[in-house]
Design a binder for this molecule. Structure first.
Ligand SMILES: NC(=O)c1ccc[n+]([C@@H]2O[C@H](COP(=O)([O-])OP(=O)(O)OC[C@H]3O[C@@H](n4cnc5c(N)ncnc54)[C@H](OP(=O)(O)O)[C@@H]3O)[C@@H](O)[C@H]2O)c1
Length: 242
């Protein structure tokens, strides 16, 4: 496959380029400040004229532009970027009318398993308090993480109601039974850690996923790119294809 990677200079995009290359794919890395074999991101339409997939780990405002180009070029799009607002997300959904689009807030297979386990745990313990902790490196811009937001949706689904989000706590207040505490930590070079705490009287259940390297995200993204090729246009979930 010929795989174009935008954000190829970034922490995660560079790992995607390495992973795809290690699997024998022809990789076209793109950057705003190209060096070496990188192409200028302004060349994306020309690059996509002859590509089998585009993988994007950049920023939301750039990803929406790249999604337009992918749709116009008929190239499947894998989106790892997080932090979209509703309008930006709508642009990705629109692009899926023309090409297959797969967006995942977390490409680690362990997180896909965590989501299932969290849904099962929350459903099995309906009286228990739920708290979520998201820990990432100090360069992460969006908070809570895309993965944390996905886990919150999973918790709501398992509870069959939308729990009130309480972002951190300060001062005095009683904890309501229909709230979920959300705690965000940004420090050092932590790759990504998510913990869901379920607590009842006299017992706690802690479900944790920890990414030890960005290679797990890269592997999942390249899996997605490989399996998206040849699919019909549409909006795909990671669990649909991998
Ligand atoms: N889904 C997942 O599994 C997963 C895992 C990890 C990270 N992420 C998400 O992926 C995104 C990137 O994370 P990261 O840690 O790799 O960030 P990063 O190291 O800051 O890299 C971001 C990349 O985006 C490019 N970029 C920034 N603004 C751009 C623009 N306007 N146009 C084109 N390219 C632009 C930069 O490249 P140039 O400056 O060279 O153009 C840079 O290489 C974040 O949203 C993060 O939350 C998702």
């Amino acid at each position: 496959m010929r795989v174009a990677v935008v954000g190829a200079t970034g922490r995660t995009g560079s790992e995607v380029a390495n992973e795809a290359s290690d699997r024998g794919h022809e990789v076209v890395p793109l950057s705003r400040t190209p060096e070496g074999d990188q192409r200028d991101v302004a060349d994306l339409p020309a690059v996509l004229a002859d590509a089998d997939a585009l993988v994007d780990f950049t920023v939301p405002e750039a990803t929406v532009e790249h999604a337009h180009v992918a749709a116009e070029s008929g190239v499947p799009l894998v989106v790892g970027t997080t932090g979209f607002d509703d309008d930006q997300f709508g642009t990705l959904v629109d692009a899926a009318d023309a090409v297959p689009v797969l967006k995942a807030s977390n490409f680690a297979k362990g997180v896909q398993a965590l989501r299932r386990v969290v849904r099962a745990g929350v459903a099995a313990l309906p009286e228990y308090d739920v708290e979520l902790i998201d820990t990432h490196h100090n360069g992460k811009r969006d908070a809570p993480s895309g993965t944390a937001l996905t886990l919150l949706e999973d918790i709501d689904e398992a509870r069959d109601e939308e729990l009130d989000r309480t972002y951190g706590r300060e001062g005095e207040h009683d904890r309501a039974s229909d709230e979920v505490g959300v705690h965000v930590r940004r420090a050092g070079n932590v790759r990504g850690e998510h913990e869901v705490l379920l607590a009842g009287d006299d017992e706690t259940l802690t479900l944790t996923h920890r990414a030890e390297s960005r290679r797990v995200f890269a592997a999942g993204a390249v899996d997605a790119a490989e399996r998206l090729a040849g699919r019909d246009p549409g909006f795909y979930d990671f669990s649909d294809v991998v």
